[in-house]
Design a protein around this ligand. Structure first.
Ligand SMILES: [Cu+2]
Length: 340
């Protein structure tokens, strides 16, 4: 419900599109000031960094005073340029620093390059993307397409790492033209012992109807090593999570390393071959899972109805206790981190 709403509102940012027809997230798009090469667009977006009301957490949002953790999911196509106006509504310095795209030192977002917003300052960051190209030696150099992410790199402390712990992060997708588009998108961020800054049973419940094309964007942050596992669904370990033919022998996985700074994404058809139900997703580092790094992927019936047994499963999940006494200090990870 809450999370469903969040998923939908993210999706609705994809300017006036029906599900499955793309137009990247961004608010106003003006036709390409990009050079002749690929017909990219310049996409302008304003992002606000605010304290989460009633807490010391901080998030990015598309409206002032309405931060979300994770921040808005940003999308574009290879060849596009994102011009991000970051409005800092906090009393601390902060920034927005992307992975996977091109930027100059002024858009780096780091104290190292003196490229951040001062307290209450607005600053523009420019991210460029490109398509793959063939170098003179015949080898192909990579384009920008991928499941990436962005995060603060300057908040408060000298090293610019505190913002991640506060909630300043989000997903970034650069697609190739022709990539298949999902109906629903879920961003899953593992930071310390949290999923999207929550521990079970307050972690997100991601919802889709049987047969819907769902995209997961998985991001790792913090100081701990994690693995992302989704029950009853699997994907190809490729850029898109899909195969390109019946003879494509790319490995198929249902569990993938999600260490700090890593990101990946994939699409599944909700309940494909397994049916509707309340399915788990969790960190497969066992103690992390036991300590609250788990959540629910609720695949509803095709008509949106609740499948048999699903509500009971969710009630069990909501009511469960964490049992951490069986493995005291086994990994050095402390149980039940509470969010500040
Ligand atoms: Cu973990």
């Amino acid at each position: 419900m809450d999370n469903k709403k969040r998923g939908l509102s993210r999706r609705s940012m994809l300017a006036g599109t029906a599900a499955g027809v793309i137009a990247p997230v961004v608010v106003s798009a003006s036709a390409g000031s990009a050079p002749a090469a690929a017909a990219g667009m310049t996409r302008n977006i304003t992002i606000y960094a605010d304290y989460v009301p009633g807490s010391t957490r901080v998030g990015y949002g598309l409206e002032p005073g309405k931060p979300t953790i994770p921040g808005p999911l940003l999308e574009c196509y290879e060849g596009d340029t994102l011009v991000i106006e970051l409005v800092n509504n906090t009393d601390k310095r902060l920034s927005i620093h992307p992975h996977g795209v091109n930027y100059d030192t002024k858009s780096d977002g780091s104290p190292f390059n003196d490229s951040f917003n001062k307290p209450y300052e607005t600053k523009t960051y420019t991210w460029k993307t490109r398509t793959a190209y063939q170098a003179a030696n015949g080898f192909w150099m990579p384009g920008s397409a991928g499941y990436w992410h962005y995060h603060d790199h300057a908040f408060d402390g000298d090293h610019g790492t505190i913002g991640l712990l506060k909630g300043l992060y989000g997903g970034l997708i650069v697609r190739k033209r022709g990539d298949l588009l999902p109906s629903k998108q879920f961003t899953v961020v593992f930071t310390e012992m949290w999923i999207n800054h929550q521990i079970a049973p307050n972690t997100p419940i991601f919802e889709a109807n049987l047969g819907e094309r769902v995209e997961f964007i998985c991001i790792g942050h913090g100081n701990l090593m994690h693995t992302f596992h989704l029950h009853a669904h699997r994907w190809a370990d490729t850029r898109t999570g899909m195969l390109t033919s019946a003879t494509d022998n790319a490995p198929i996985v249902d569990n993938k390393t999600l260490d700090p700074g890593n990101s990946f994404g994939f699409q599944v058809i909700a309940g494909d071959g397994v049916g509707p139900g309340a399915w788990m997703y969790h960190c497969h580092v066992q103690q992390h899972s036991d300590d609250g790094m788990s959540g629910v992927f609720l695949v509803r019936n095709a008509d949106g109805g609740m499948p048999a047994g699903a509500q009971e499963a969710i009630d069990r999940f909501k009511g469960h206790q964490h049992t951490t006494t069986s493995t005291p200090n086994a990994t050095g990870a402390s149980a039940h981190h509470h969010q500040s």
